[in-house]
Design a protein around this ligand. Structure first.
Ligand code: DSN
Length: 457
């Protein structure tokens, strides 16, 4: 029988990934084991509810073999859960260990779902949530008016300072005045390391739940090169599992507090946060968990617990700093003057007079993938922003080092100069410039093929 057309397209996507360089800071390449677990028979299984840890004593709580050996009672709505329970318990324990949490909920289908579940767990409609302004690097799910959450809760926002850091003074001023139920530190375009202690102090003064959305830097936290908000007074941390953490596409909620049976109706207290969150994920906001993805999360957490992941995390940051330094040397103006994590935000407009969108398209033509991104107080329209955002998690997974970062920065500079010469976006594909783009593209492909994806071979 003829194979579905989808498989031809998958082949082409594999080739695109192999021959190009992924610079989008929120993307990565998973291992063969993560991919195998995700494509497993667990996709056939329904398992609404949760596994339990009843009968596992404190002493054996952290023994993976014992957790995986035991068939225990559970809180599920379907039979046939013996293996699913054991896999989900492994994922939970590994996540807790990785992030020093008292509890982990591994069921959120995405980071957006994870955030929404936390709001739902702690707030009533109309309650105030204080989060970073989207235009300053925050995230859509932190209060953008187009989201469902923004129609339910009242979001307030703080911004960043001209040097790119969180405006802590503004955050404190708003918190003291408005007494929000949640103070949220999290972002998708921010290159500094937050001062969690400072925010925790403010949160305690006003009695807010302290929540960190660490989707971008979870892998850096797991690898020990970025502070963990749960070690600095925060109550909850949400994340996706597919960015620096290098797992399958999905969400995760970690929390501090007491873990009790999900059957008891909990009071809204800080110590009950883990159980409030479990109930907010299911049945509050989601139905059946994606157990094939949870299995892949368990594998990814297992990989992140290995010493080699620490080295990976270190290299992500080292590479990002090298990339930033070379870009600056070549004339690019960087938001915040550089980077402290995996991400670089470039003001292309100010550096070369080129729009972020034109630069993104031109780089795509040579096999360098990143995204146009608005800068704080961007004067340009949101769909034609002044900047681009790029990062090193994926290319570091491929084994690239600082020498390759310099090459990439140099190619980006060549492309920026070509853009200046071309002048406008619609002429990017003009025949006149094709040889110049092709010359750079060939060099990018040559380098990419030297560094195979983890799933190749
Ligand atoms: N879309 C993600 C990112 O690229 O940062 C955030 O959810």
């Amino acid at each position: 029988m003829k194979k579905d057309l989808v498989f031809d397209l998958l082949k082409q996507e594999k080739l695109r990934q192999r021959k190009g360089l992924e610079l989008i800071p929120s993307e990565n390449y998973v291992s063969k084991d993560v991919l195998t677990a995700m494509g497993s028979v667990l996709t056939n299984k329904y398992s609404e509810g949760y596994p339990s840890f009843e009968g596992i004593s404190e002493g054996t709580l952290w023994s993976e073999t014992k957790i995986a050996d035991k068939v225990l009672p559970n809180y599920r709505y379907y039979g046939g859960q013996a293996n699913v329970d054991r896999i989900e318990r492994l994922a939970i324990r590994r996540a807790m260990k990785l992030f020093h949490a008292d509890h982990a909920n591994v069921q959120p289908h995405s980071g957006a779902n994870a955030n929404e579940a936390v709001y739902f767990a702690w707030c009533e409609p109309g309650d105030k949530i204080l989060a970073m302004n989207l235009a300053h690097g925050g995230h859509l799910t932190h209060g953008s008016p187009v989201t469902r959450s923004a129609k339910i809760y009242k979001f307030l926002s703080y911004g960043t300072t001209p040097d790119g850091d969180i405006d802590y003074k503004e955050l404190e001023k708003i918190a003291l005045k408005e007494k929000p139920k949640i103070i949220l530190v999290g972002y998708s375009a921010f290159m500094k390391v937050p001062d969690f202690d400072r925010v925790a102090k403010i949160g305690k003064k006003v009695g807010a739940l302290l929540m960190a959305d660490m989707a971008h830097v979870a892998g850096l936290i797991a690898g020990g090169v970025h502070p963990n908000p749960l070690d600095h007074g925060f109550h909850v941390m949400t994340t996706t599992t597919h960015k620096t953490l290098r797992g399958p596409r999905g969400g995760l909620i970690l929390s501090k507090g007491n873990v009790a049976s999900p059957l008891k109706k909990p009071e809204k207290t800080l110590t009950n946060i883990p159980i409030l969150i479990d109930r907010a994920v299911f049945p509050g906001t989601q139905g059946g968990p994606l157990e094939h993805v949870i299995a892949a999360k368990a594998v990814a957490f297992g990989e992140a617990l290995q010493p080699s992941f620490k080295k990976y995390a270190r290299n992500i940051v080292k590479n990002a700093k090298a990339l930033a330094k070379r870009l600056q040397k070549n004339g690019f103006i960087l938001q915040g003057g550089g980077t402290e994590n995996h991400l670089v935000l470039v003001n292309v407009k100010e550096s070369f007079g080129v729009s972020g969108k034109m630069f993104e398209k031109a780089l795509d033509m040579v096999g360098l993938t990143l995204n146009a991104n608005a800068l704080p107080c961007d004067k340009e329209a949101a769909f034609r922003p002044s900047g681009v955002r790029l990062g090193t998690p994926a290319i570091t997974t491929r084994g690239m080092g600082t020498a390759e970062m310099e090459k990439i920065a140099d190619w980006m500079t060549e492309v920026a100069k070509l853009c200046v010469e071309i002048g406008n976006e619609k002429d990017l594909t003009s025949k006149k410039y094709a040889p110049a783009f092709e010359k750079i593209h060939k060099q990018v492909v040559k380098l990419a093929l030297k560094f195979p994806l983890p799933t190749e071979g």
